[in-house]
Write a protein that binds this ligand. Structure first.
Ligand code: UDP
Ligand code: MG
Length: 331
């Protein structure tokens, strides 16, 4: 297989307004790096006109390839599909909403040529993002850092340039609940970053409502840490120690102070406290088991409805599982 110098993978979910400008800017900047490029758009079952715009691009420019999913499988799966179909020695992952400036690509590429396998783009600032999104992201990445030994870079999304070798290693990771930035960090090799100022989304709305954000956060934690599973043990010790103190106090009060502790309140409070801790611990275990369940089902990661990538239609993802399956009660 003849490799291109560079592939650009763009996940797209309802980005009809931005795609023409994105492609214009991509084409001009990528040409500064190499003319032997390919652009892979992955349409994650957009409900607007994104697909027909991508089809038109593909007709006017032969370097444009696209994959269109049968339904919405989620951002991480869309990126994975793009990577699986890419044929570049270097592959850039970039959002389709113009939040990641294509103009950074030459800098990513120049750094890559110094011998790094991964050059990720680190956000110096983030324009137009809500206070809520910025602070939850901040808390999440710092929490994740405490929970895992893998050094997952902070203030970094999936906007990056990776070497073919990284793409190949990713394809050997069949986990259905993708957390690509973590999986790539886990691999090692020489990785570095360049900084940029993240723009606000130019058109349309975010494809990451709170429900998807939460699922993604749990995917990251369950994939990179077993610490939450030990919560039950720690809570068990803590509650037992507290119970012991209360027992000592109750006996002391009864025999020495001649005052017997009675009451509905103490009973209800303590049983609800225990009940809460137990349900919380079961919930944590449930998050892990749900993901094990998805993994053992070994469903294809995504289903392709239409594509121009030269492979059969009705192609299926090589990965196992069913990430982002809307009908899945564990999602
Ligand atoms: N996206 C996708 N599938 C989804 C949601 C988002 O392919 O289900 C794409 C989206 O078109 C964009 C990228 O993933 O190119 C990042 O999503 P978005 O900008 O909505 O997320 P945010 O920047 O708000 O975190
Ligand atoms: Mg965005």
């Amino acid at each position: 297989m003849k490799l291109h110098d560079i592939s650009v993978v763009v996940p797209v979910y309802n980005e009809e307004k931005g795609i023409p400008e994105l492609f214009d800017r991509l084409r001009t900047t990528v040409e500064k790096v190499s003319r032997d490029a390919e652009f892979i758009f992955v349409n994650d079952a957009s409900t607007d006109g994104s697909l027909s715009i991508i089809r038109q691009l593909a007709e006017t420019d032969k370097r444009v390839r696209f994959i269109s999913f049968s339904r919405n499988f989620g951002h991480q799966v869309a990126v994975t599909a793009g990577l699986e179909h890419s044929r570049g020695k270097a592959v850039v992952i970039i959002d389709g909403d113009l939040q990641d400036p294509p103009e950074l690509i030459p800098e990513l590429y120049a750094t890559y040529q110094k011998g790094f396998k991964v050059v990720y783009a680190k956000r110096r600032s983030r324009a137009g993002e809500s206070w809520f999104k910025k602070s939850t992201a901040r808390v999440f990445y710092r929490l994740l850092k405490r929970l895992t030994h893998v050094h997952i870079p902070i203030d970094t999304g999936d906007f990056r340039l990776i070497d073919r070798q990284i793409v190949e290693q990713l394809s050997l990771m069949p986990e259905p609940n993708k957390f690509l930035r973590g999986q790539i960090a886990w691999m090692g090799f020489r990785q570095t970053f360049v900084e940029f100022d993240r723009d606000a989304r130019k058109y349309g709305t975010t494809g990451y409502p709170i429900k998807k954000m939460l699922r993604f956060a749990f995917d990251g934690i369950t994939a990179f840490s077993d610490v939450p599973l030990k919560f039950a043990t720690a809570a068990g010790f803590l509650v037992s120690a507290m119970a012991l103190l209360v027992i000592v106090y109750a006996l002391f009060s009864h025999f020495v102070l001649n005052h017997t502790i009675t009451g509905w309140t103490s009973l209800i409070v303590s049983s609800m406290f225990i009940g809460g801790i137990q349900l919380f611990a079961i919930g944590i275990i449930g998050e892990y088991i749900g993901r094990i369940n998805q993994t053992v089902r070994k469903r294809p990661l995504y289903i392709v409805e239409e594509q121009n990538t030269g492979q059969e239609t009705n192609d299926e993802g090589t990965g196992a599982g069913s990430a982002g399956n809307e009908s899945n009660p564990y999602d």
